[in-house]
Design a protein around this ligand. Sequence first.
Ligand code: HEM
Length: 397
Amino acid sequence: MTHHAASFDHWIRTSFVEMNTALENLYFEGEDRAQVEGVGDAIKAELRDAGHAHVVELLKEGNTGDGFESAFGVLGSVGMYMGALRRHELTNPAREQRSPFAEASALALHVGSSLGMAPRFSTGHLATHNTAVGGIRKSFTSLPDEFLFIDENTRGILALQTAADAMRRIVPLGVSSPVADFLFGVAKQALRETLRFNQRLFDSLNIERFFYCVRPYYKPYRVGRQEYRGANAGDFSGINELDLLLGLCRASDPYYAQLLVDKMSFMLPEDQARLRTCMTYRSLLDEFLDVIDASSHTDWFQRNVAAFLEVCDLFGQTAAQHHDLLVKRFIEVPAATLAPEHLSGITASGPPLPVLMRALEVLRDSRTAAPRPDIPTRHADIAYLKGKLRSATEGGV
Ligand code: HEM
């Protein structure tokens, strides 16, 4: 890391966090917690100017070719700085045609495009590639609820990546492989862990603190002329690898394919590559369906299909939990109490909340293979496969 990159990184981990935390406490103590404009103006100006000084130095330095880790770190730092400027209403894409922060935009665009990523901070910066220094990872504030959110999100992502990795390793082995048992077992265990982390988040995260002091840093903002949607915990390929490998969503479905295209640049380059590869595979579900007539009586089929269906069921449970517990408790319910003028920009991706909720329902129902005549879920195929298990015909499933 160059001297300027290191000093920006240090500022993001120290003064930046202190200023954001002080501002959050001011807003939170106010009569209207959603009221940000006109509160803490001196701190906001200090945050804007101190960050700007770092950005200008880095911009002068140009692309140092100092390696992926360093460039990725700079993108995270400038992105978090711009995310904070948006959060404190020092910029707002609704009232501007271009970002008022030209130098920060230039730096983000330069580094982002050299990495092949969107020119803003994304999940990787705060989760899987958020390097801890002395036990402290990057964050916007030092509020315990932000650390809880970041850490449980990261654990959940790691567990889903583990499950995806196990499923991907079945592809070259084939669905009849005797050693697939180990991989299905790894995936089941990882998905059970995801359920546990999600439940912990549900039980421990403070609704008000999350809604008023953490979530607003994830709003969309402009970089140069273009508006970029906010980060969300979903911007990693593992979740989509699971969708595709299990066969619950298909890359040939235009709705789902569009979703993949839209999120591609928010992922790390290595994730982008994994997702592209996964899009070329045939799903495990389709592989089982192909051999159902010839093989459903065999032991390998009975064993591997039973394990596969358990994985699908656990994966569906994590999706239902995300939507029915987390999104509902921490976004939908508190949003209902907001004054209409504060509702715009509530979601990370930008659309009004009811539109986002419908989109998330489509994902939940695809992942649970729910019976939905209006979207192409795999309900019938999963039921057909289940019906071929001996335990099912004996009345056990
Ligand atoms: C307090 C906890 C959480 C809340 C309130 C929450 C809320 C949301 C919201 C509102 C979105 C849509 C973002 C947008 O477009 O505006 C989203 C997307 C997503 N979140 Fe979460 N989330 C939480 C935790 C997690 C965790 C722990 C994970 C997984 C480890 C996760 C995985 C995803 C995924 C994969 C997406 C992308 C859509 C999808 O493929 O399902 N989220 N989340």
